[in-house]
Design a binder for this molecule. Structure first.
Ligand SMILES: Nc1ncnc2c1ncn2[C@@H]1O[C@H](COP(=O)(O)OP(=O)(O)OP(=O)(O)O)[C@@H](O)[C@H]1O
Length: 483
């Protein structure tokens, strides 16, 4: 290296910032006082932002993260501040409220006791000046855009086989509203599978990329209430005029219009008017148009003019990706085996999956435990027990292990001993019968076996049942526990 190169290298090394040094001292104290795993989870993601006199500002990834620190580590943080700044040191949190847009919400906390959180302001619902509407300001008044939730975006909508068509059609519509052949775009699917998320993402995208376009998102329920109010207040013309002026109409849960003839008549006219003008119409429904009973045929036939795309239950890999995205948004780190366990166990819909993750975080916060598979199991057990009384794979394993007086560990182990193999095969057989889990997931719950082992076990039990009355009797007994 020549002296010139050396001097260049030296010039590039920035001196450490004071805030980094101070936070480094804090971390030193913290690391000495808590397990490595907790340190990694709760302190590594923190970024020191600035030091203003004795006030240290740190950036935390989410509201949840901040609350966790406050609930669990406030005394440790005080100790760390005493060491690095002194007893009059103060800590200020900067919370990332929306990771996508990097907005920050300052929140000052004088460790250990004084919190001065700034609550987010309620949405400022105003009538929209672009339409000159004079509708009164109540919850069913006519307002634009404000019903769009900015948290729903394409970026945080995970793509998988379950939603590929709907997502790409949605994205095409968002890029060229009214100009594709997907007009109307009808997205349908079961509860909690992302219909609202997807159509709101389309609305948000259009709003952010086409300033002049007026986007209206409304649930069919709200639309109906507005319609009824407009008749009551003798302003039906204002109501239809309002909707006929929008560029993009997103109407959620159209199955709700079922049986409401007058509302359907008005919607029909609005639909025709907008469609003729090349305005974009986007709808969701909990079932395909052909199954929408109580809707007029003339509406149903129009729903089919554009594209109808469905959302299916996400597969295992998509569930993993959804959980990871959710954790990332919350700024939480959870070991992969826990994520895998939850993804294997919750295969109904995304809302439920998110619910489990939130319960898990809450549970961990309340009991001050690390988020591990054991905690996930207990959380899931409680949710399932309370809400559905559904048979879970854990229950099956517990009952079968008890029945044969072997341990659950043996039931799941690789042991080839006869006294373990037979109960294991029976448990897999019952898991197939009583849960909706795919074979791959059942195998996963039995020590990570693959789906062909599960098929083999089920075949063995079927054969034994036909040839051995004791086996048949055992199965009858075991079944009775789950019915
Ligand atoms: N593909 C996905 N990627 C990320 N999050 C998703 C995805 N699908 C759904 N979600 C999340 O799951 C939750 C439920 O989704 P959403 O409310 O859009 O479902 P829905 O189909 O409209 O349900 P409902 O029929 O009850 O109205 C939301 O928090 C949403 O963000």
């Amino acid at each position: 290296m020549t002296p010139d190169q050396l001097s260049i290298t030296l010039e590039r090394v920035a001196p450490p910032r004071e805030v980094d040094l101070v936070w480094g001292k804090c971390l030193h104290v913290i690391q000495e006082n808590i397990p490595d795993q907790s340190f990694k989870t709760w302190f590594e993601p923190i970024r020191p932002l600035k030091l203003n006199g004795k006030v240290l500002t740190i950036q935390v990834p989410s509201q949840f993260f901040y609350e966790w620190l406050e609930d669990n580590y406030v005394h440790l943080l005080r100790k760390a501040l005493d060491f690095s700044i002194g007893r009059d040191g103060l800590l200020e949190y900067s919370i990332i409220v929306d990771p996508g847009t990097e907005r920050h919400k300052p929140r000052t906390v004088n460790v250990p006791t004084v919190k001065t959180p700034q609550n987010s302001k309620p949405d400022n619902f105003q009538t929209d000046p672009r339409l000159g509407s004079t509708a009164p300001k109540d919850q069913d008044s006519l307002q634009l855009d404000t019903y769009l939730n900015p948290n729903y975006s394409f970026d945080n909508f995970i793509e998988g086989d379950c939603n590929r068509l709907a997502r790409s059609a949605g994205f095409a519509v968002a890029q060229r509203p009214g100009l594709t052949s997907f007009n109307p775009l009808m997205v349908y699917g079961g509860v909690g599978l992302g219909k609202t998320h997807l159509v709101q993402a389309i609305g948000n995208y259009i709003r952010n990329h086409f300033e002049d376009k007026v986007v209206m998102y409304v649930s069919s329920e709200k639309f109906t209430n507005q319609f009824i109010n407009s008749i009551r207040n003798n302003v039906l013309q204002d109501f239809t005029d309002f909707y006929m002026k929008v560029d993009v109409l997103v109407i959620d849960d159209v199955q709700f219009l079922s049986g409401k003839e007058k509302t359907q008549d008005t919607f029909f006219h609005i639909f025709n008017h907008l469609h003729q003008l090349g305005k974009q119409i986007i709808m969701t429904s909990d079932r395909p148009p052909r199954e929408l009973q109580g809707l007029q045929d003339r509406l149903l036939s129009r729903f089919k003019w554009g594209l109808t795309a469905d959302l299916q239950t996400p597969d295992f890999e998509t569930r993993i990706a959804i959980i990871q995205k959710k954790l990332q948004a919350e700024g939480i780190f959870i070991e992969y085996d826990v994520i895998e366990y939850v993804a294997h166990s919750v295969n109904t819909n995304v809302r439920e999956l998110e619910g489990v993750i939130i319960s898990l975080m809450a549970q961990a916060s309340l009991t001050r435990q690390n988020i591990d598979v054991e905690l996930a199991k207990n959380t899931l057990k409680n949710i399932v027990m309370n809400e559905e009384k559904e048979v879970t794979i854990d229950t099956i394993q517990e009952i079968v292990a008890d029945f044969f007086t072997i341990s659950i560990a043996d039931l799941k182990s690789k042991s080839r001993k006869k006294e373990n193999v037979y109960p294991r095969q029976l448990a897999m057989f019952l898991a197939k019968e009583f849960t909706d889990l795919p074979l791959k997931s059942i195998g996963y719950h039995f020590g990570g076996r693959d789906h062909s082992t599960v098929i083999h076990s089920i075949q063995c039990v079927n054969e034994l049942m036909g040839s051995d009355s004791d086996v048949e009797e055992t199965i009858l007994k075991l079944r009775s526990y789950f019915k």
